[in-house]
Design a protein around this ligand. Sequence first.
Ligand SMILES: [Zn+2]
Ligand SMILES: [Zn+2]
Length: 304
Amino acid sequence: MQNKKRSDSYSNLRIKDDFDCNAYIGKVKWSPAKSIWITTMFSIAVIGSILTFSIEAVLVLLISTAITLCFGHSLGMHRRLIHQSYQCPKWLEYVFVHLGVLVGLAGPRGMMLTHDMRDWAQRQTQCHDYFGHQQSMLIDGFWQLHCDIELESPPIFIPENSFSEDKVYYWMEKIGMWQQLPWAILLFFIGGVSWVIWGICVRVVVSVIGHWLIGYFAHNKGHKSWYVEGASIQGYNIKFASLITMGESWHNNHHAFPGSARLGIEKGQYDPGWWVLKTLEKMQLVWDIRLPEDLPVRNELVKY
Ligand SMILES: [Zn+2]
Ligand SMILES: [Zn+2]
């Protein structure tokens, strides 16, 4: 199949491709850093959570997971840093993105790169199973949690100058997962070892494995309202996960309107990230919120 390139106006500007690039020929390779990180956290979480279980510790897990997923991953990394779907003061963006790093997936540049490459690949007429979560759960789980893909002819990733010249993001990327340390120390002084295990290790494991699971289902099973013509991979809406993912599981909507700050766009689609964003807007901490109707019209978008 011809690997036709899409040059529609909404395409991510950080990925530069040409006709020599392709999204399907490549090798999935074991990533020591990724694999050792999640295996270590997983081992500590499993053993530690049994030894230090308490209702208090579970509350620490729930509260810290909700804060990092909502303010960090969804509002900070995804809706602001990657898609710039709303405006906010720079200090608030830094706080949100730092909370997003705490989720345990990657630093700001790593998150942008992984997201944009997957986005680009899924929009091609053909892409590697790694990008589309097209293998069995067992293989996909191993790939996404322990490996990276190396394309034979990849496109180039060029972040905007405002990001690449930003010293705060430079250090956030460099320090990476060590950003968990001050929070671990704080949790230790307040609640002891148990709070560190539940507030850091169990939280990271739940978030990283949860992120993969949602990614797997959001590209394989669920409801579709929109079809993106020419794209090899379509997104699916997963209703039951809308609250726990802070609205991120409305992935069919996201494939249709990547630049929209609101993910649950239809009636009855719960989107906690959106509710928080509207509250922040009322507090005048957030403005210029973009919605589907503010985005350029996409000719390849078909409503079911
Ligand atoms: Zn997707
Ligand atoms: Zn996105």
